[in-house]
Design a protein around this ligand. Structure first.
Ligand SMILES: C[S@@+](CC[C@H](N)C(=O)[O-])C[C@H]1O[C@@H](n2cnc3c(N)ncnc32)[C@H](O)[C@@H]1O
Length: 451
């Protein structure tokens, strides 16, 4: 993997039986760093014109909030920014507020059965465990991405938005790599994989490596892992370095299940029935990816080992996959909780159409929580940057459609709707099942064939 980062070429495949290789077939920042400045600055938080090296390093710093300390010597980090910010915002300020209430009240709540100061301490401990994960991701990421931990180039201060991304990426471990998140995954992934199996049923499971599947907006990569385990050749694509760094860490560097403690709900104090809900401990990952794929490959009698069937690309889906080399490259595109990330979903449709072979299928599961709703730009912002065909999600303009309109749009682009259901697949998304507040989606599921 280091080789890929040094010169932009794909890394050598490692065939260690406990290690899954995410073959990075395309490092967008190496070939076209300017595109990030134009199109994706808001996503990962850096300015146009930065050198690729700095960009990668910034992402590593931001995901983990790691920050080298001049005083602690070489090869060490001081406590990361995520750790510090979380302690400050979540427990330090809360303690101050708590001890500002009348003393008679704070005394009452400090005693059993409430013991709020003990809860604050337990939350501090949970923050430290989450931060351990963040810093482990950073350690692996720096090495992989050829970043010198002692260099001053990559250090900086993470913004509140970066901190939010770290928090949400850590919570994403619940969805993608915890035993407790299995039901949430099942609700979305199972119908998609069943539809994929049905659409490609001419291939016996041992020959599914002949089916090329693309998963844009892959997040931490669990659906990619599951589709590979089902025997397919699969390429994930993801724009966010926060997600890419964690998926690399968990897929490539975790040989043992249940190796790390993670506390996805600890940082929020609302809507808990009991403290044990708030302080729920997950042991992640639920599976060691390498062993998981080896067993699956064996069970299917797959003719090509999983190591050669799974890869991940980095960059904006629309920028990467509209290129000529991806024309008609895939038999299936799977989008899970993804299409509503588009400012202009027509760009996603055109890109899917471009990279699907004739007769190929687009299988979608996801809501229409349009991410760009309410982010309309002022006249000045709109005219500052002329439209550029390669800007991807950085293109100007945005709009929101209903599910009915989406289906009409797909048809107008020549897709034949084989199945469509927006009622049967209720699911949460990183939803604490014990919370007093429940957000349940009724995502739109469709299977659309390119004619
Ligand atoms: C809501 S998450 C869904 C993640 C995953 N598919 C799942 O089901 O958990 C959407 C993902 O799409 C990624 N994303 C958004 N816009 C993208 C783009 N233009 N190209 C590639 N990935 C993108 C985001 O970074 C995020 O990881």
């Amino acid at each position: 993997m280091d080789a890929a980062l040094a010169d932009g070429s794909p890394p050598a495949l490692v065939t260690n039986s406990t290690r899954v290789v995410v073959k990075i077939v395309r490092w967008m920042w190496m070939r076209n760093p300017g595109a990030f400045g134009k199109g994706k600055a808001s996503c990962i938080g850096f300015a146009a014109g930065e050198e690729p090296f700095v960009v990668i390093a910034s992402a590593a710093m931001l995901i983990c909030g790691g920050n080298a300390s001049k005083s602690t010597g070489k090869n060490t980090w001081d406590k990361g920014q995520y750790r510090r910010a979380a302690h400050y915002n979540i427990t330090h300020l809360r303690r101050q507020s708590f001890y500002s209430i009348p003393a008679i009240h704070s005394s009452l709540l400090s005693e059993r059965p409430f013991s709020l100061p003990k809860t604050f301490q337990a939350v501090d401990d949970a923050i430290d465990k989450n931060a351990d994960i963040a810093e482990a991701v950073l350690t692996v990421g720096l090495g992989n991405y050829g970043v010198d931990p002692d260099s001053e180039d990559w250090k900086g201060v993470a913004t509140p938005s970066d901190m939010d991304k770290v928090k949400s990426t850590i919570r994403q471990l619940y969805r993608d790599f915890s035993t407790e998140g299995a039901e949430e995954r099942r609700a979305s992934f199972e119908p998609m994989i069943e539809a994929l199996n049905a659409a490609t049923s001419t291939f016996p499971p041992s020959q599914r490596h002949k089916v090329d599947v693309l998963i844009p907006g892959a997040g931490l990569g669990r659906l990619v892992l599951e589709v590979c385990a089902a025997g397919y050749r699969v390429e994930g694509n993801e724009i966010s370095y926060h997600q890419l760094l964690v998926s690399n860490w968990i897929l490539n560097y975790q040989p043992n299940p249940a190796a790390h403690e993670c506390y996805p709900w600890a940082l929020s104090f609302s809507n808990h029935i009991s403290r044990s809900n708030q302080l729920q401990k997950l042991m992640i990952p639920d599976v060691a990816a390498g062993a998981f794929l080896s067993h699956a490959s064996e069970a299917l009698g797959s003719e090509v080992h999983a190591y050669e069937r799974m890869s991940m690309t980095s960059g904006d889906f629309c920028v990467v996959y509209k290129e000529a080399e991806y024309r008609q490259a895939f038999d299936a595109v799977l989008t899970c909780f993804f299409i509503d990330t588009a400012p202009n979903v027509i760009s996603y449709i055109e890109t899917v159409k471009h990279c699907l072979r004739a007769g190929g299928v687009w299988i979608n599961m996801g809501p229409l929580l349009w991410h760009f709703e309410g982010r309309a730009k002022s006249d000045k912002e709109r005219t500052e940057r002329p439209a550029d065909k390669d800007e991807g999600i950085g293109e100007p303009g945005s709009f929101e459609l209903t599910d009915e309109e989406m289906v009409l749009l797909l048809q107008s682009y020549g897709f034949q709707i084989k199945a469509h259901d927006n009622k049967s697949h209720e699911t949460g998304y990183i939803q604490d099942p014990n919370s007093m507040l429940k957000s349940v989606y009724r995502p739109s599921f469709w299977v659309a064939a390119k004619t």
